[in-house]
Ligand binder design. Structure first.
Ligand code: A2R
Length: 314
């Protein structure tokens, strides 16, 4: 009999990385099962680990009563019930750091697309409107603007580095100021928004940051202001966002994340000129998704060999 650990895979992640787990584990793919309850009843009790990309709630934890480890594919673990896991002595690991550059690249891609209207101008060009109607309307600068980064952690710092290279002035908000950066700190988000042209959200999700970007923040950003969200959908009040964009009190939004993925609030689809939408792809390159998968692989291997976990969150 194999002494490999059994792992309940709740949701698939980057297939080549997921396939590597089979070298060191016996994986059970719940997302492929038609009868999930029967699948969990059959395989849950033998699993000492759970793998997930989106969520791991109490029912999944309870269906795997011998689980000791949760592998969370992503740096954000707001979908995992960490409190319940801790209560049961289950360790949770995530995939920090290896996705910093990719997410920061995407933040800048969204920022530049929005300020220079790349997506809308592409549609204008393809529709033959240049020849028919004349030059595309003038857009707004990316350089020589002030950008406020909400959450200056691992990814936030990479965003700041890129913004500096794009000749933007940088400000930031988080709960505790950093003493290792030259950027202006704002304890108050509305105050920062008032002073900025662009705001980029890159905090964790969860209750502590729910609707942190509120209507007053959007209004303070103003009619020429841009909100970029590469954090979590829950960080932005989307009803307020749609209202602010419709009323023109906020100029533009460029979003990679949404409150109820994979659904996107339909009102945003109609906003073609001032809204750029991507389907939660900030870390989704082959290179980075493989690296994320290998962080989970290395954690599972460490656990199996009785070594310290590499990226524990509890
Ligand atoms: O607040 P602080 O001083 O703990 O700073 C963290 C900040 N942050 C917050 N800022 C304002 N209000 C809050 N309630 C709040 N909670 C946390 O977010 C820190 O500057 C930043 C998070 O940085 P890291 O822990 O290094 O996370 P990383 O790797 O940059 O990823 C951020 C998030 C993920 O959790 C995913 O949701 C997303 O990016 O992909």
């Amino acid at each position: 009999m194999s002494d490999k650990p059994h792992v309940m895979i709740h949701s698939s992640w980057y297939p080549p990385a997921l396939a590597r787990l089979d070298e060191i584990a016996i994986t059970h793919h719940l997302y492929k099962a038609d009868d999930k309850a029967a699948f969990l009843a059959e395989h849950g009790p033998k699993c000492s680990a759970i793998g997930t990309m989106h969520s791991c709630d109490v029912s999944l934890i309870e269906a795997c009563p011998n689980a000791e480890l949760i592998l969370n594919f992503g740096v954000g673990y707001d979908g995992v019930d960490v409190a319940k896991a801790s209560e049961r002595g289950i360790k949770v690991v995530n995939t920090p750091a290896v996705l910093n550059d990719c997410v920061a690249d995407m933040a800048l891609a969204l920022l530049l697309s929005s300020r220079r209207r790349v997506v809308h101008a592409d549609a204008y060009a393809r529709a033959g409107r240049w020849a028919a109607e004349g030059d595309y309307p003038y857009t707004l600068n990316a350089h020589s603007t002030k950008v406020g980064i909400v959450g200056l952690g691992r990814i936030g710092m990479e965003i700041a580095n890129r913004c500096a290279a794009f000749k933007m002035e940088i400000a930031y908000h988080k709960r505790t100021p950093r003493d290792d950066v030259p950027f202006k700190y704002y304890a108050d988000l509305v105050e920062m928004a008032r002073d900025c042209d662009i705001m980029i959200a890159i905090t964790p999700g969860g209750d502590a940051t729910r609707n942190l970007i509120s209507r007053p923040v959007m209004d303070a950003l103003g009619p020429e202001g841009l909100l970029v969200n590469v954090a979590r959908g829950s960080v932005v009040d989307h009803d307020a966002l749609i209202a602010a964009l419709n009323e023109g009190t906020l100029g533009a939004a460029a979003l990679d994340v949404y409150p109820s993925e994979p659904n996107i609030p339909e009102a945003l689809f109609e906003m073609r000129e001032n809204v750029v939408l991507t389907p939660h792809i900030a870390s989704a390159t082959h290179y980075t998704r493989m690296a994320m998968g290998m962080v989970l692989y290395d954690n599972l291997k460490a656990k199996t060999e009785g070594r310290e976990l590499i990226t524990p969150v509890n």
